[in-house]
Design a protein around this ligand. Structure first.
Ligand code: FAD
Length: 397
């Protein structure tokens, strides 16, 4: 080992370490653990769910193609059901829900409570045999050439080393893979700062209609994903320096306070502020294959299919290539979630939403199990075996 072990506490070894407990990391960890691997899920926050919960996104984009066909199953479907299991929100009856005040009547999607879903995610992850480590920042992968032997982390205990046979980067920023030397690309973002609020008018509406689903409400500043509402002449923003992240957050908060000041006193309160910066695209890897979201494109190494959540995406069918999850020069690093190899534009737009993050997460966990069990590199796993594992858990192709 050529790394400096002074002042580093060795914390034991796992088959798989997953860095990041967002939707992708949760899916990856559960999928790996179901293959009887020892799995450690490292999360810098103290709540699971990442942008979906801590970041208050709270809308699960559709699992269907918008024309009645279900496109994604597996862990992604387990998670959408879990997201609406408790609290106010219901899936449409067409997609197996109670049908009572559904968030959407048409597509297989739902609002969910970010706080209650996060609590339920702890239970889900633990029941599946994953070990969780909160309040722990994955700092550096320790590399022997192109092979990672573990991750250095920082926690309240100090600097720690966790050994692993495979590392899954589900950080949303590709922090592990970038620091291992995997080529990456940085994304552009419009300003977004969205919180959750209560408004007297919503309470009145709830009393009148009984529709609890409409009670929780986003309040935000900035623009939507298309840049609508963006301030004039504002440059697109990136989330890869601490200064930029701080500026982005402060700008968002200032805008939100300005908006609150415009409301009549006693008519409004903020329930929760986002616990992480709402950058849509921070950094993604350059993988073996790019996912470009081309309708009908087929991949031999497909890990499953998805649709397109966007208003103009109805009826579109995509396959996700396993090649988007790794760079072939690195033996045992796998990407999951919004950092997979998908160029800015349609590819990244489609790959970064919650259902697709769950899909790539599940594939990353299954692929890790094949790396461990067959003692091969990520690039050498048997794709048919990976596809079988995916299908066995209900992933659709
Ligand atoms: C404004 C906005 C609106 C959106 N709207 C929707 C929507 O309506 N519906 C939808 O489906 N999707 C939406 N998305 C996209 C979606 O929410 C996210 O892309 C998706 O949830 C990302 O999941 P992930 O697991 O890949 O990453 P993340 O959610 O970013 O999770 C990464 C996790 O890793 C942790 N982490 C990061 N670095 C480290 C480290 N070094 N050590 C330990 N832990 C670390 C983070 O704390 C986080 O928990 C939206 C995104 C934004 C920004």
């Amino acid at each position: 080992m050529d790394w400096d072990k002074r002042n580093i506490i060795e914390k034991g070894n796992y088959d798989v370490i997953v860095v990041g407990g967002g939707i992708a990391g949760i899916s990856a960890a559960v999928s790996a653990a179901r293959n009887n691997l020892s799995v450690l899920l490292i999360e810098k926050n103290v709540n699971l769910g990442g942008l979906a919960t801590v970041g208050l996104i709270s809308w699960y984009e559709p699992l269907c193609d918008g024309e009645g066909k279900q496109m994604i199953g597996g862990i992604c479907e387990e998670l959408i059901k879990l997201s609406a299991k408790y609290g106010f929100d219901n899936l449409p009856s067409k997609w197996g829900g109670s049908g009572e005040f559904p968030s959407s009547n048409e597509r297989y999607s739902t609002y969910f409570s970010p706080t209650v879903f996060s609590l339920a995610l702890d239970e889900y992850v633990l029941e599946n045999g994953v070990k969780i480590r909160f309040d722990t920042l994955g700092v550096y992968p320790v590399m022997e050439g192109t092979h990672a032997i573990g991750v250095i982390c920082e926690s309240v205990e100090g600097k720690e080393f966790f050994g692993a046979k495979v590392i899954i980067d589900a950080s949303g920023t590709a922090v592990v893979m970038e620091r291992a030397g995997v080529p990456t690309v940085v994304g552009n973002n419009f300003m977004s700062y969205v919180a959750h609020g209560y408004q007297v008018e919503n309470a009145e509406n709830l009393k009148e209609t009984g529709n609890t689903c409409k009670f929780r409400k986003w309040i935000g500043v900035g623009s939507d994903m298309f840049g609508t509402g963006a301030e004039k002449n504002m440059r697109e923003l990136k989330g890869i320096t601490a200064d930029d992240v701080t500026k982005y957050i402060l700008r968002g908060k200032k805008g939100l306070l300005k908006k609150i000041k415009e409301y009549e006193k006693n008519s409004y309160d903020i329930m929760t502020l986002p616990g992480m910066a709402q950058f849509r695209t921070i950094r993604r890897i350059v993988g073996k294959t790019d996912f470009n979201a081309i309708d009908g494109e087929i991949f031999e190494d497909s890990i499953g299919s998805c649709g397109d959540f966007r208003p103009n995406g109805k009826g579109k069918h995509y396959q996700l290539p396993f090649g988007a999850l790794y760079n072939e020069k690195f033996d045992n690093l796998i990407a999951a979630g919004r950092i997979v190899s998908s160029p800015q534009g349609d590819g990244w737009e489609v790959a970064r939403v919650i259902p697709v993050c769950a899909l790539t997460g599940e594939a990353a966990g299954n692929a890790a199990s094949l790396v461990v069990k067959n003692s091969v590199k990520v690039a050498e796993i048997n794709i048919k075996e990976l596809q079988k594992l995916q299908k066995n858990n209900g992933v659709l192709f």
